[in-house]
Design a protein around this ligand. Sequence first.
Ligand SMILES: Nc1ncnc2c1ncn2[C@@H]1O[C@H](COP(=O)(O)OP(=O)(O)OP(=O)(O)O)[C@@H](O)[C@H]1O
Ligand SMILES: [Mg+2]
Length: 410
Amino acid sequence: MATRKLTALDVGSTKICCFIAEVSEAGRIRVTGMSHQQSAGLKGGVVVDMESAYRAILSAVHSAEQMAGTTIEDVVVSVNGGRPLSTTVTREMVIGGGAIRDGDLSRLIQDARGAAELDDRMLLHAIPIGYSVDGGPLLREPRSMHAQTLGMRMHLVTANEGAVQNLVNCVARCHLQVSDFALAPYAAGLSALVEDEKDLGATVIDMGGGTTSFCVFYEGAAVYGDCLPVGGQHVTADIARGLSITLHQAERLKTLYGSCLPAPSDDRELIDAPRIGEEDDASPNRVPKSFLVSIIMPRLEETFELVKKRLDASGAAGMAGQRVVLTGGASQLPGVRELANRILGKQVRHGRPLKISGLAEATGGPAFATAAGLLHFAVDDCGEARVTATQNHANRSGLFSKVGEWFRGF
Ligand SMILES: Nc1ncnc2c1ncn2[C@@H]1O[C@H](COP(=O)(O)OP(=O)(O)OP(=O)(O)O)[C@@H](O)[C@H]1O
Ligand SMILES: [Mg+2]
């Protein structure tokens, strides 16, 4: 059976991850090469040092290529910074009593896409949420229906063009072309949510190193996406400051003993926290685990409160349902699920990449949901009326390039 090759590049703040996969005709994804490297040159999801970011990307891609025994030319890349902005637009056109045709839909889509306010931003996603015939309820397939008017709701996601361009340039220096972009939490949702969750309403919260980003799914479509420039690195920095230890030591203490679920035994459990600049054999600073928990908890509480605030203000809260799925490396801290449940008031579960084969246990974990989701994004086309990165740059105001492709996939 014919297969095609796809490559996902998740450029994160703490790790850069490359998945090379084969996709069968039936759409089954099997990862044949993968690599993840410590990230460099990124902060809060955006490139701040081009040279370091380029080297880290090159190294990740090269290792994945070696494992897959192939060379790659184009990649689907995650976008997690650049202040992504989500808006929903509604458009209507007169049909005049006849049947709705492809041409009507494409004109309506063009109109809705044109509503994106660009200036110094670029359009990342244009996702049709649904159509309404003569002002009726939203439906997914209006073609052939007779109508006086056809309405449409579309979710548009834009991001700072400079931030995206810097990412494109780093990838281009590796002699690779960006075939498409996807907002990181959107990709994470595509791989970590089950179909019912996407349909009934769910929010995926991707807890990374430099960001906490989230995406709401409803009726099978992504209806809202957002990103906060705070993540696991900030928790680590809080620990380093609170205990006067290095970031490296703080990261180790966090992953070994960290928790945001206080337990009565925490006061009795003592942790060795070495002091910066002291000899290894100097008597360590012993602190109760409760002190570590008291440093970690406020940061995560604040993060979830910010997520809640953004969600409540987004207008998408009603569609988000009762389900939250946590992905990202920082979601592995014990007690995160309980804390998210308390602050968001929803059912929370841990997520990881689904419907994908070839991943080892370590690379099938929550930190790899975005990379895996980029492959799903490329395979499914997600019903989007989107533009490719190059087309978007070549024709920022045209904004109509992939509509034909979208129709084929409808
Ligand atoms: N077992 C663990 N317990 C707690 N935190 C962990 C654990 N493992 C990893 N982390 C944290 O997860 C974070 C990295 O997560 P992830 O790999 O999802 O980030 P990223 O994709 O590189 O960053 P971003 O998505 O923000 O750009 C780090 O801050 C790290 O400290
Ligand atoms: Mg990430």
